[in-house]
Design a protein around this ligand. Structure first.
Ligand SMILES: [Zn+2]
Length: 112
């Protein structure tokens, strides 16, 4: 990956977070709108009990029953802030991109 591409990808992630912060939705993929908390460290990332839904999605990805591409965009955007994901090497692995090949596949999907 060239430095230029890397910078573009980082900008995209940053913009995604900003957009999410303006209008937060549940990270399980159900798109339930969440209230914006004035204190960022108190911002909620899930509707009541929906963290369990994301956990179940991640378990299916790890078991090969779902694809990484099926992980909700909101969850990817907030990956670094989802405490139960950061606390679990297993869940983090569900988000991990195995290599360049996967990256290229995702870029293609984004264009389509
Ligand atoms: Zn939800």
């Amino acid at each position: 990956m060239t430095n230029l591409n890397k910078a573009a990808a980082m900008t995209k992630v940053w913009e995604g977070r900003r957009a999410w912060q303006m209008a937060p939705v549940c990270c399980c993929g159900c798109d339930t709108r969440l209230e914006v908390d004035e204190k960022p460290d108190r911002q909620k990332y899930f509707a009541q009990g929906h963290d369990a839904r994301l956990k179940s999605i991640l378990r299916k990805v790890l078991a090969g029953q779902m694809k990484r591409a099926d992980i909700p965009q909101a969850a990817r955007t907030n990956l670094a802030r989802l405490k139960f994901v950061q606390a679990s090497p297993e869940f983090k692995r569900a988000f991990a991109r195995p290599g360049q090949r996967q990256l290229r596949g995702q870029a293609k999907m984004a264009i389509e």
